[in-house]
Design a protein around this ligand. Structure first.
Ligand SMILES: Cc1cc2nc3c(=O)[nH]c(=O)nc-3n(C[C@H](O)[C@H](O)[C@H](O)COP(=O)(O)O)c2cc1C
Length: 555
């Protein structure tokens, strides 16, 4: 891994932060910033590639030290060598990598999303696009080792997955009624050199492509589809984002970029795709049949078992002259797939609670990422003085915005870092009373898929773990003493620290001037003065542990 200080300097040196419209320029930016590892030794895409990158999500590496990987010598289980390099983790291994793709600092990811959704920019059509420098159609799609078999598609979960899967997809479909396009990130497994199995979630609030599929099916027509692999990060980021039905993702991508995205017509289907994409797979989904698809390792951490999904007959593969193939690492979280969703979904929840519901005391919304995969567990952080009625409106708001999100919602106060589950448990332990602060609501939509067992309906758990009355201070040395000691720690070259809040003491409303005076005297070595004061306050009419304030008024 590259030296960290160099990486920070390089990233800072890149003052011209702006989104790249070409995926390979984005890779070059990552490399220049020290955020990309180039692997030149042979790597088996079916057994080694994803497991290698998986280690950086399992191996205790801090989030900001995760890297994109570029494999330049890719082989497969049969020993075949591929001429396309494979990039994994290049879109969203860390917030830094995502932010570089967006051309914004990490802190502006959320506000950039909200601005782009409010101010979409229509794409512009271009001809002679880079994504069609090579066009493969007809028999070339069916010859042994041709068509999809030319692409170095990795097996994501070797040992369980039924096939190599496309994961970094933008699946483009068009509403046959109003002509508006949708782009969603859906998995697609290889079935033949000219056939894929595509899975579009078929539930309430399900995939935009599925809603289109229903319309084509009722018309007894095949559904044209184009799968984009590798494109400008700002375009890709719209695929996993939760946008309103009938909101064209290419326009929102323009909003993210601050300028129109260049689009072009596909060669065999009537769909528009990003002109500067690396690879585009065009085809038709026969809406009269479904084909068994999966097993495939899912982002909820379980293997999705075989289910009937959409078969896509490939009509063309087009690509740049020298494309790079992209794959997203998903399955057990944290992963690239959970990070790409986390940085995009949390701003939507915050805007919903704060701006749509007008709950001004909401400070942050954090979706729990490790293992649980964002959707089931959500934390809402409130200002210390938040009204209880507002806390509960926010709990209900977070649980109802999306049918699949917010099975468990926990409210905490401003001093609790919702990204630190230990701090959340601390708050649950001392700031909530289950009989008063817990509410279970029935009739939540059940999770879907054979991997979840027979349960079909779910419920919602809401917990108010905010601070409800003045509490004694957090018993750590106050900030100035911890900072002073930290400087000595560093001076002594003691082992590197990983710091999570709370790392210093602070008051929580219950503290008097008298006690503050005692504390100041203690640090100044004047504790005997306090002893002189307390000797004058002795009494014989109290029992041990009687709080002084029951007897005396303290200033
Ligand atoms: C790596 C990755 C894989 C995904 N796979 C699927 C999938 O197979 N099917 C699906 O419906 N959604 C999948 N999703 C989630 C969708 O991309 C997400 O729900 C998105 O909002 C769908 O967009 P749409 O509403 O335009 O359909 C995946 C997301 C990521 C990041």
């Amino acid at each position: 891994m590259p030296d960290d200080s160099k990486q920070k300097n390089d990233a800072r040196a890149r003052k011209d932060l702006r989104p790249r419209f070409d995926f390979q320029e984005h890779l070059a930016d990552l490399e220049a910033a020290g955020l990309l590892v180039r692997v030149e030794r042979p790597i088996n895409k079916d057994t080694e590639l994803h497991p290698l990158v998986r280690w950086q999500f399992l191996g205790g590496i801090p989030e900001d030290q995760r890297r994109a990987f570029l494999f330049t010598h890719v082989v497969d289980g049969k020993g075949r060598r591929y001429d396309m390099p494979v990039a994994v983790g290049a879109l969203a291994s860390s917030p830094q990598i995502y932010a570089l793709g967006m051309g914004k600092p990490v802190e502006e990811i959320g506000s950039t999303w909200m601005r782009a959704i409010a101010n979409p920019i229509a794409p512009v059509a271009v001809s002679s696009p880079a994504c069609q420098q090579v066009v493969i159609t007809g028999d070339a799609l069916r010859e042994p080792g041709g068509g999809l078999a030319r692409l170095p598609v990795p097996v994501s979960t070797p040992g369980f997955d039924a096939a190599p899967y496309l994961t970094a997809t933008l699946c483009v479909t068009r509403d046959p009624e109003n002509g508006i396009q949708n782009m969603g990130t859906y998995r697609a497994g290889l079935k033949a050199t000219d056939r894929l199995g595509v899975r579009m979630v078929a539930r309430v609030g399900g995939a935009g492509g599925y809603l289109h599929w229903l319309k084509y099916r009722s018309r007894k027509q095949p559904m044209p589809i184009a799968i984009v692999i590798g494109c400008a990060p700002v375009v890709f980021f719209t695929g996993p984002q939760k946008l309103a039905v009938d909101r064209d993702e290419l326009e929102v991508a323009g909003g993210l970029a601050g300028e129109p995205i260049r689009k072009t017509k596909c060669v065999t289907v009537d769909l528009d795709v990003p002109a500067d994409a690396e690879i585009v797979i065009e085809g038709l989904i026969d809406t009269s049949v479904l084909e068994p698809e999966a097993p495939f390792g899912e982002s909820n951490g379980y293997v999705a078992l075989e289910a009937y999904n959409m078969p896509m007959q490939v009509t063309a593969i087009t690509h740049k002259r020298s494309p790079v193939f992209t794959s997203i690492i998903s399955q057990v979280t944290p992963s690239e797939s959970s990070l790409v969703k986390k940085v995009a979904y949390e701003p939507l929840f915050l805007a919903h609670l704060r701006d749509s519901l007008g709950i001004k005391s909401v400070r942050r919304v954090v979706m729990h990422e490790p293992l649980s995969n964002l959707r089931p567990v959500i934390f809402v952080q409130y200002a210390r003085e938040a009204l209880r009625t507002e806390v509960w409106r926010g709990l209900h708001g977070a649980a109802t915005l999306r049918p699949e999100c917010g099975k468990i919602v926990i409210a905490v106060s401003e001093d609790i870092d919702p990204a630190n589950t230990d701090a959340v448990f601390w708050s649950l332990a001392y700031r909530s009373t289950p009989t008063e602060d817990v509410h279970i609501a029935p009739y939540r939509r059940g999770v879907q898929g054979s991997q979840y067992g027979p349960q079909t309906s779910e419920s919602t758990l809401l917990i108010d773990a905010t601070q409800k009355y003045a509490m004694a201070p957090l018993a750590l040395p106050t900030r100035e003493y911890m900072e002073g000691a930290r400087a000595i720690w560093d001076e002594l070259h003691l082992p590197a620290l990983t710091v999570k809040p709370p790392w210093h003491g602070y008051t929580l409303g219950d503290w008097t001037n008298t006690w503050e005076r005692y504390a100041q005297r203690a640090t100044a070595g004047d504790w005997e003065q306090s002893g002189e004061e307390t000797i004058a306050r002795r009494r014989s009419d109290v029992t041990p542990e009687t709080p002084v304030r029951k007897i005396e008024t303290l200033d």
